[in-house]
Design a protein around this ligand. Structure first.
Ligand code: PAF
Length: 282
């Protein structure tokens, strides 16, 4: 039977009897959807025990962001956890996680100076601070994060490495519609016409990947071809298109190492993001 704990003390107590087993953690902010259940299914492949955390982390919201409006429905989330094989849920209150105004917050160097790090100042610092706490509380062997939020995944991987957490951070592939469109809660805000056009985003990424695999080394040329595909196939406007190294998110001009292509496309009522890792075979 699934156990739900609300305090750090109880989480440690419940998990103390599982230390001879492998624990896989799925950190969440609740409002669970198919992306999270995919993480839970993957966690079950790695761990004997699947733990999930549900905590809307105020530290990762900017002053103008939707912290108060963020959907919270613990009862529904617990049901989803139970139905998806979670063994232990850690659902602390804000007072439990931050009994005092936090004095120590982890910071980042270059990895937060691009993409969402620029658009949401302080966001990734809040994410790694809470994830660091969760790793210390749960002490999992594996922690699962979606590749849809690739920048977050990469930053958490680096944090785990740099802070010597004895665990493996696992990236779980993006859930996609049959058309290739990345599943996102924002897709419901697309018009009928936009819905038929939006798969062009993934197609454009595939074109970019194939070009690189075919030997194209100029990041500018790859971006140009991606841009052309978007312009020709959808009314959505490119909001961001960048190619960065897969290790550190450094900008590249000449593609001679593994890279990630990041794209954001703006529709009338939705900004859709997607990304593609391109491994260079040498
Ligand atoms: O991806 C999320 O839901 C959050 O950023 C995370 C990793 C649970 C940290 O609050």
């Amino acid at each position: 039977m699934m156990e739900t704990v609300y305090t750090i003390k109880d989480a440690r107590e419940v998990l103390s009897s599982c230390r001879d087993k492998k624990i896989a953690l799925v950190p969440t902010m609740g409002a669970l959807h198919e992306g999270h259940t995919a993480l839970m299914a993957e966690a079950a492949k790695y761990g004997d025990i699947v733990a999930a955390s549900i905590f809307v982390n105020p530290l990762q919201f900017g002053p103008d962001e939707d912290l108060d409006d963020y959907p919270r429905n613990l009862e529904r989330d617990l049901k989803i956890c139970e139905e998806n094989g979670v063994d232990v849920v850690f659902a602390p209150s804000e007072a439990e996680m931050y009994p005092e105004h936090p004095e120590v917050i982890l910071s980042l160097k270059s990895m937060s100076l691009v993409l969402d790090g620029v658009k949401r100042p302080g966001h990734f610092e809040g994410v790694i601070t809470v994830v660091n706490k969760l790793f210390n509380i749960i002490r999992p062997d594996f922690a699962m994060f979606g590749e849809k939020d690739r920048q977050q995944l990469m930053i958490i991987k680096r944090m785990a490495e740099d802070f010597n957490h004895d665990l493996e951070v696992i990236g779980v592939p993006t859930e996609r519609e049959e058309s290739g469109l990345a599943k996102s809660s924002r897709n419901v805000n697309l018009s009928e016409v936009e819905k038929t056009e939006a798969p062009a985003i993934f197609q454009a990424l595939e074109i970019g990947r194939d070009l690189i695999h075919a030997g194209e080394q100029s990041a500018a040329s790859v971006k140009e071809r991606i841009e052309m595909h978007i312009i020709d196939h959808t009314s959505g406007k490119i909001d961001d298109l960048q190619i960065f190294t897969a290790r550190n998110l450094d900008a590249v001009q000449t593609i001679d190492t593994d890279v990630i292509i990041f794209i954001a496309v703006k529709y009338e009522r939705a900004r859709l993001i997607d990304n593609m890792m391109v491994i260079i075979n040498d």
